[in-house]
Design a protein around this ligand. Structure first.
Ligand code: PLP
Length: 390
């Protein structure tokens, strides 16, 4: 069986976790601080704050951006549901705009029309690791005085060219970027998230919100030779990352450059192999973006049945996933008003994600593309024309 993904972990991560257990300090200690510093340095951000996952990162990012009850946040429906849920968790309404069908990301041509006097922020997503068009989104939001929050859950190690300069996602182009370390992402701590920003005051607020609004961090209190009484300045949450997770994250970060290089090599291989099935559309990478290929999505030809293609590939030992979900199609958002989102819906129902992980072999990639070809050949609607190509 070829799985959709496989985290790259070994004794190095296991030993790092064990060392934390032996140290006796398991949360909000030296490992979390070191992971934050190393992560910030890797992505070029002056401030990095670790939290329990990317959903909690997005929640505190929106709160600190001032999003509250009655506000609107412009975002995409075509994303993991957490993107829309966190807007609602602030008491605000997500306003969905359609995606660019080529990049699967927020279509900047549609952004301005979605902004109203109630709009407080733009929550853009670097979907599947492909950078969204910040060069166009930032000036539109900036002209209206709106905060821009990047949902970079999938985008650690992806790069974007802005003003002629390449930099990693997480460099403070927007106000804040939020990352995930879930096992489905490119590096993992089991569960975990990170916020990067250039605003010192925002970073301070993130730290308060993740730890019950407490005025003194555990590290400061522990180091002090004076008795310290803390205050609770705002009503916060428990969104902390543990030192066990952070120690694993530090090892994962050391692998990141190698993982990205390997993922790009595999993506290049897929593109070559897929050239033999011209009706299948490989992913599009704009010349100002370099994906980390967190996922590799291909567009199926007209007439192919997504579920049936996936099922026959599964029978041939190849796991796939359907295209990114659309929040507005889920029962939880049935009552939300959304304009027609044809590109989002098409990407959801006509794309499948192929297996991609650093340990993947060339032979496995050949098997995946062969299984896709055979599954498409068996599609009744595609007929003889398709078989002739294959
Ligand atoms: C995975 C994901 C999230 C949620 O991340 P968690 O760390 O699981 O909370 C949010 N947004 C997008 C686009 C994601 O892919």
């Amino acid at each position: 069986m070829i799985p959709i993904t496989k985290p790259l972990l070994d004794d190095s991560e296991a030993d790092a976790a064990a060392a934390v257990v032996r140290s006796g300090w398991l949360s909000q200690g030296a490992q979390v601080a070191a992971f934050e510093a190393e992560f910030g340095a890797r992505v070029g951000a002056p401030y990095a704050c670790a939290v329990s996952n990317c959903t909690t990162a997005l929640h505190v990012a929106l709160m600190v951006a001032g999003v509250g009850p009655g506000d609107e946040v412009v975002t995409v429906s075509h994303s993991f549901i957490a993107t829309a849920n966190v807007v609602r968790q602030c008491g605000a309404a997500p306003i969905f705009v359609d995606i660019d069908p080529l990049t699967y990301n927020l279509d900047p041509d549609r952004l301005e029309a979605a902004i109203t006097p109630r709009t407080r922020a733009v929550l853009c997503v670097h979907q599947l690791g492909m950078p969204c068009d910040l060069a166009r989104i930032l000036p539109i939001a900036g002209a209206q005085g709106l905060a821009v929050i990047e949902d970079a859950a999938c985008a650690i190690g992806s790069e974007i060219r802005l003003d002629g300069q390449w930099s990693p996602i997480g460099t403070p182009h927007a106000d804040v970027a939020c990352f995930s370390f879930h096992p489905r992402k490119v590096i993992t701590t089991g569960e975990g998230g990170m916020l990067t920003t250039r605003h010192a005051e925002w970073d301070h607020q993130f730290r308060l919100l993740r730890q019950h609004g407490m005025s003194v961090s555990d590290a400061v209190r522990h180091r002090s030779d004076q008795v310290v009484f803390e205050d609770y300045l705002i009503s916060g949450f428990n969104y902390r990352m543990t030192d066990i997770q952070a120690a694993i994250g530090r090892r994962q970060l050391q692998r990141l450059t190698g993982i990205i290089a390997r993922r790009r090599e595999l993506a290049g291989r897929y593109r070559e192999l897929l050239a033999d099935i011209p009706t299948v559309r490989p992913p599009f990478e704009p010349d100002w973006a370099r994906s980390n290929w967190q996922s590799y999505g291909v567009g199926l030809p007209d007439g192919a049945d997504q579920g049936r293609v996936m099922q026959s590939m599964l029978k041939m030992g190849v796991a796939t996933r359907r295209g990114v979900m659309c929040a507005h199609l889920e029962p939880a958002y049935a009552a939300a008003t959304a304009p027609p989102l044809p590109a989002s819906e098409a990407a959801h129902s006509r794309t499948i994600l192929l297996p991609l992980y650093p340990q993947m072999t060339h032979a496995e990639q050949v098997t995946v593309v062969g299984a896709l070809r055979m599954a498409l050949n068996a599609e009744p609607a595609l007929g003889d024309a398709f078989c002739a190509v294959a």
